[in-house]
Design a binder for this molecule. Structure first.
Ligand SMILES: NC(=O)c1ccc[n+]([C@@H]2O[C@H](COP(=O)([O-])OP(=O)(O)OC[C@H]3O[C@@H](n4cnc5c(N)ncnc54)[C@H](OP(=O)(O)O)[C@@H]3O)[C@@H](O)[C@H]2O)c1
Length: 248
């Protein structure tokens, strides 16, 4: 593999088995990072990502962990360190989305969304606070829906708003170690999560909401995450960057 901007770095991508996380894992590896591809349900998909990276000459490993379970997260970080050495880059991408009016929203769905999206990010950030190499990077994937008032997105948007505040505070707590902590907030991006439960007409309408007139692709998000992990972004911390083609 040709030399890349992340040669010698070790990265962990939660939910790296498909969608945006898959594109992030592949893009980090293409820049030379050794990448842990975390998954929880779809082992075959995670293995496919690892094989794709290895076929390109990169280093990768698939590790199962439910990010909402503290023991799983501890084991995930332990195995990452044992196999690849100290972690430099954490991307908190694993997430769930379920939509519905707040007045009708199911309590179990509320708990599950907060468990995966918020507690999951908290647990990995807590581990990373203890283990991340000085000069490392954390990127949390949030969502553009924290900036708009989309009916039916209330609970999902609330989980992402919580992650954005964790991001800002953690950047202050880890800054002395030259660790940057940022959030990337995608707009509508063409993945399983985005398309589930939507008609083609609804998908097309969301695509037209972007100034650039199309859905985002996972690679559109991955390129920005890679940038935040490179030395070129060393002076960016505590920020939440909308990556949405001008979605309003
Ligand atoms: N797509 C969009 O339009 C959009 C827009 C804004 C923000 N986002 C955010 O971007 C992130 C990725 O979204 P996506 O569209 O790529 O979703 P996706 O296609 O549904 O992929 C979700 C990934 O998260 C993993 N995952 C789910 N629950 C997990 C858990 N408890 N522990 C570990 N991994 C878990 C899944 O693993 P398995 O395959 O093993 O289940 C999968 O790899 C999410 O945080 C989402 O909220 C997406």
């Amino acid at each position: 593999m040709a030399s890349g901007r992340l040669d010698g770095k070790v990265a962990l991508v939660t939910g790296g088995s498909r969608g945006i996380g898959r594109a992030i894992a592949v893009a980090l590896a293409a820049e030379g990072a050794a990448v842990v591809v975390n998954w929880v349900a779809d082992q075959a998909a995670a293995r496919e990502v690892v094989a794709m990276i290895q076929d390109g000459g990169g280093r990768a490993l698939a590790l199962k962990a439910d990010v909402s379970a503290a023991d799983d997260v501890a084991a995930l970080f332990e195995t990452t360190a044992a196999r690849f050495g100290p972690l430099d880059i954490l991307v908190n991408n694993a997430g769930l989305a379920r939509y519905g009016p707040i007045g009708e929203y199911d309590e179990a769905d509320f708990d599950r969304l907060f468990a995966v999206n918020v507690k999951g990010t908290f647990l990995t950030c807590r581990e990373a606070s203890r283990r991340l190499a000085d000069g490392g990077t954390i990127v949390n994937i949030t969502s553009t829906v924290t900036r708009v008032m989309l009916p039916r997105y209330g609970v999902y948007a609330a989980t992402k708003a919580a992650v954005e505040q964790l991001t800002r505070v953690l950047s202050q707590e880890l800054g002395a170690r030259q660790i940057t902590v940022n959030a990337v907030a995608p707009g509508p991006t063409d993945t399983v999560l985005f398309r589930r439960g939507k008609t083609e007409a609804q998908v097309a309408a969301m695509a037209q909401g972007a100034a650039l007139g199309r859905l985002g692709l996972p690679e559109d998000i991955a390129d920005v995450v890679v940038f935040l992990a490179t030395p070129a972004a060393r002076w960016i911390s505590g920020q939440c960057l909308p990556v949405n083609g001008g979605f309003a």
